[in-house]
Design a protein around this ligand. Sequence first.
Ligand SMILES: *Cc1c(COP(=O)(O)O)cnc(C)c1O
Length: 246
Amino acid sequence: MSAPDKSSLVTAAENPLLANRHKVLGEIAAALAQSGRAADACGLLAVSKTFPVEAIRILYADGQRAFGENYVQELQEKVAQTADLPDLVWHFIGPLQSNKTRPVAEISHWVHSIERLKIAERLSAQRPTAMPDLNVCIQVNVSGEASKSGCTLAEAAELAHAVARLPRLCLRGLMCIPEPTPDQDLLAGQFRSLRQLAEQLNAQGLKLDTLSMGMSADMALAIAEGATLVRVGSAIFGARSAGAAH
Ligand SMILES: *Cc1c(COP(=O)(O)O)cnc(C)c1O
């Protein structure tokens, strides 16, 4: 038998990132099948925050295209370092201050964390003419926790209609981060409230096709409740170091 070819692509057996991605894709497929949904009804957003560009490249070679980042500066650095991979799709999923909207408007394909109109207006005004409209989701605080980002369920309709009118944004859907709880019924209810809100908004004439909900610990439950995009970090990349600021 000849020696293994060192130049060949890393395989799942050799690199845990690939094994992890395949496991997550398998879990997404199983959850979709179990709830009778189409096999392609939920996408995988790989949340790469705190992990190096080398990890993104390994996953890219395996077919992963959508990556999520929480911090503007980290997003800027990674976009610059992956400029040779033009079909990467960058999703900004973290809190966004108004003084940081410009770089995000200039490099992101998606923003999931719209919680007030002012931020949306700035992104629309700052979106470069040559780029397609920026895809956005409105983040909704489905748990009602005081510390959580997101608009309230009561505010969401007015905000959604206003965002949908902005010229350079394309309102795609809703995003939530539910309460961290082992109570599966409570979690399911919070995911369900996001889906029901999207259904109400579509009945009012909006065209939302995205429910960004579900993370490493609760993606199967989110898919059962209608998620179309799960945001998965640690189940692919491993635990983020406790020392990391995020
Ligand atoms: C970090 C993060 C994720 C991924 O969380 P995991 O539990 O590591 O899968 C998803 N969504 C948002 C908004 C995040 O900040």
